[in-house]
Design a binder for this molecule. Structure first.
Ligand code: FAD
Length: 429
């Protein structure tokens, strides 16, 4: 891998064709390497109507690698806290860039393998000297083996029947929070449930009253209740059918954090067909009796604008808030790298998961440009994961837990930051 900056084109396999996988695939393709994405889902993943806050590294990544030259996010200049009656109590000005999983996914596909979609008008043509790009869906990676100079990747079709093997100079494991590769290489790293879930949903801006729209438009809005401890936030994202960014066509996208004891999860996560989901209860599958209870909570606990949005949600979904933190990112003598959510999963409060994936890419660009060693890349990825993961616990405890847990998490975060600062000074000298 240290030789990625020099030598012939490499054959690279990317496991997982979601945001992290695609970002890495575009990076390597544009740097002249041949890239083959292996994605378990057979068709473009159904939308989660999930908002994504594009932070600095995502913006920088897209500035460097998005050749569509079309706008892809909404500027949200204001953050406000409202009280139970819906009035603004405080706020601050900071521009946030809001987009959605679908918009980003289709933008990345257009850049990687030229996938045409209603989300992108200018699909970029081939760039001189770039490598080959293959996106193969409906194939699940079943194993990876270090075979000396290469990695052997064993692949099954979506029914798990036919198996074939492929070889690569480098494997990028971007197989998400339940990463099979992480389980294989770091079996001691366990995913931990935080003690709460996120009820999520989207409502078209034109479906709510003028008063409610006026509360939410152009803003990130937060309401924190104290009994029970919980908070809800809402921001505007592009519409999910075409990625339209125009005000009026956008969606009001909310995330409502709600404490649920582990013992009650099987009931919550069992869908209308009786199937129990592990991490996410997808759109349209929540049981009506569960949603009715949540609606009743909304009516008694939330400010009127939030009540209206929740009442008008036709397709809510539930995501468990989980976390894990890997202790290594590089395996098989640097021929396999763990990236994105597969490496570390943050609680979503800090909205930095997609940023983590972009940061991994920007670091690997430096490796390819000869400005950073792969060892330094791994160190940076692990330090970022640790600090961001601990910060996400602080924000989560602030929203959902008592003062004791909050103080403990702040202390752990500060120790981490100070430790990282000291070790940075040590490395520098
Ligand atoms: C509902 C939801 C809401 C979110 N909201 C936000 C948000 O507001 N802000 C934010 O920053 N981030 C958010 N995220 C997270 C964000 O989408 C991810 O951080 C980002 O997509 C990067 O994830 P990833 O590509 O690493 O993993 P994933 O998106 O989980 O992708 C992993 C991919 O690997 C594939 N795969 C898994 N195993 C195999 C295998 N063995 N072989 C082949 N393919 C495999 C999966 O099918 C999947 O496509 C959200 C995610 C979800 C699901």
């Amino acid at each position: 891998m240290e030789t990625l900056s020099t030598g012939p084109k490499k054959n690279i396999i990317v496991i997982g064709g979601s945001l992290s996988g695609l970002m890495h695939a575009i990076l390597f393709k544009r740097h002249g390497h041949n890239v083959h994405i292996l994605e378990a889902a057979s068709s473009a993943r159904a939308s989660h109507a999930a908002g994504i806050t594009a932070r600095d590294d995502v913006l920088e990544y897209m500035r460097l690698y998005d050749l569509t030259e079309e706008p892809w996010y909404i500027n949200s200049p204001d953050t406000q806290f409202i009280n139970k009656s819906g009035a603004r109590i405080r706020g601050f000005k900071k521009v946030l860039c809001m987009t959605s999983w679908s918009v980003l996914y289709h933008r990345l596909r257009a850049n990687f393998d030229g996938l045409e979609s209603v989300f992108v008008k200018n699909v970029p043509g081939k760039v001189e000297n770039e490598g080959r790009a293959i996106f193969e869906g409906g194939v699940r990676v079943a194993d990876v083996v270090d075979v000396g100079k290469e990695v052997e990747v064993r692949v099954r079709d979506e029914h798990g029947s036919e198996e074939r093997t492929m070889r690569a100079d480098l494997v990028i494991a971007a197989d998400g929070s339940n990463s099979f590769i992480r389980h294989k290489m770091l079996p001691e790293i366990q995913t931990k449930y935080s003690g709460y879930v996120a009820f999520r949903g989207c409502v078209p801006q034109n479906a709510v009253s003028e008063k409610t729209l006026a509360t939410f438009i152009d803003k990130l809005t937060i309401f924190k209740g104290s009994n029970p401890k919980s908070y809800i936030l809402l921001y505007n994202i592009p519409d999910d059918a075409k990625g339209n960014l125009t005000p009026g066509s956008q969606l009001l996208n909310y995330v409502w954090y709600w404490n649920v004891p582990q013992s009650e999860l099987p009931n919550l996560m069992t869908d209308i067909h009786g199937h129990t989901h592990r991490n996410m209860l997808p759109i349209g599958l929540i049981r009506p009796e569960i949603w009715d209870v949540q609606l009743a909570h909304a009516r008694s606990l939330l400010p009127p604008p939030f009540i209206e949005v929740i009442e008008k949600t036709t397709q809510p979904f539930v995501a468990l808030v989980n976390e894990h933190m890997s202790t290594r990112a590089s395996f098989f003598d640097s021929k396999m790298l763990l990236v994105g959510d597969a490496l570390s999963l943050f609680r979503p409060h800090v909205a930095l998961s997609t940023n983590q994936a972009a940061r991994h890419c920007l670091g690997l660009k430096k490796v390819m440009d000869g400005e950073m060693s792969l060892r330094a890349w791994e160190g940076d990825a692990l330090r970022y994961a640790k600090a961001t993961g601990l910060l996400s616990v602080v924000v989560g405890n602030f929203g959902q837990n008592g003062i004791g847990k909050l103080i403990l998490s702040v202390v752990r975060y500060l120790i981490c930051i100070v430790g990282q600062k000291i070790s940075w000074l040590w490395r520098k000298n």
